[in-house]
Design a binder for this molecule. Structure first.
Ligand SMILES: C[S@@+](CC[C@H](N)C(=O)[O-])C[C@H]1O[C@@H](n2cnc3c(N)ncnc32)[C@H](O)[C@@H]1O
Length: 222
């Protein structure tokens, strides 16, 4: 497990408001609920999993875009890949990459239980090496791996993203640490802040940060 991915999520919202939002959000499927449960019981750093509310946001975005091809950087146990697969157009596909070779069995088991294994192609290895070997053009890219490489992933995927395609990036508020003085930021926080500023300064895109969970950046390639 890459230690730079270990983080503690801060709750931005009042706990009662968060609970209300979850209570008034469509439930996760049985298959996702079981994956959530097993990840929490058996896998290191289960807070990395997107979870109920963000999972429903990813599913909703996917239904709105109806992508043919999605690239996900950071599979973990497959929760977000399953959510994103829900809105794929007929015949669509998720390509998802993770460096951790110990997660393969749990991912396989749960994408099979969710009946979406034919829609999800998994890659094991460093995304920095794997992305250049994929020659597809994507409608949607979800960046959710090591924070230090967010800007590198953005640069690597930009030309693989179709015009009017979207990039989503998770954890862009980094438990609120992006508000710290830049001279005092740790390397991951600096990398996230650099990424946010890079997107903000990129005239080729429009972007918005949704302050849900740990912050989700939405980017549209103009
Ligand atoms: C936050 S988790 C992903 C969570 C998942 N998207 C979800 O929502 O359920 C980050 C994942 O990125 C993976 N990762 C870290 N560095 C990576 C790299 N250089 N290449 C590919 N995957 C990497 C980690 O092994 C970890 O499983």
């Amino acid at each position: 497990m890459n230690s730079t991915c270990i983080f503690a999520l801060m709750n931005f919202l009042d706990e009662k408001i968060s609970a209300y939002a979850e209570d008034h959000t469509t439930e996760e499927s049985k298959a996702l609920h079981e994956l959530n449960r097993e990840t929490n019981a058996k896998v290191l750093n289960p807070r990395m999993l997107s979870g109920h509310l963000q999972g429903r946001v990813l599913s909703m975005i996917s239904h709105m875009i109806k992508p043919r091809l999605v690239l996900e950087i950071g599979t973990y146990t497959g929760y977000s890949a399953i959510c994103l697969s829900e809105g794929l157009m007929e015949g669509g596909m998720i390509h998802t990459i993770d460096i951790n070779d110990e997660l393969g069995e749990i991912v396989k088991k749960h994408i099979t239980a969710a009946s979406v294994s034919h829609k999800i192609k998994t890659y094991t290895g460093n995304a920095l090496d794997i992305i250049p070997t994929i020659s597809e053009t994507f409608d949607l890219v979800f960046i959710d791996a090591d924070k230090i490489n967010y800007s590198n992933y953005y640069d690597l995927v930009f030309n693989k993203l179709k015009q009017e395609g979207f990039i989503l990036a998770d954890n862009v508020l980094w438990s609120g640490k992006v508000l710290e003085d830049r001279t005092k930021m740790d390397p991951d926080t600096l990398a996230i802040d650099d990424f946010n500023k890079k997107v903000m300064g990129d005239k080729r895109v429009e972007n918005v940060i949704l302050p849900i969970r740990d912050g989700l950046m939405l980017v549209r390639k103009k």
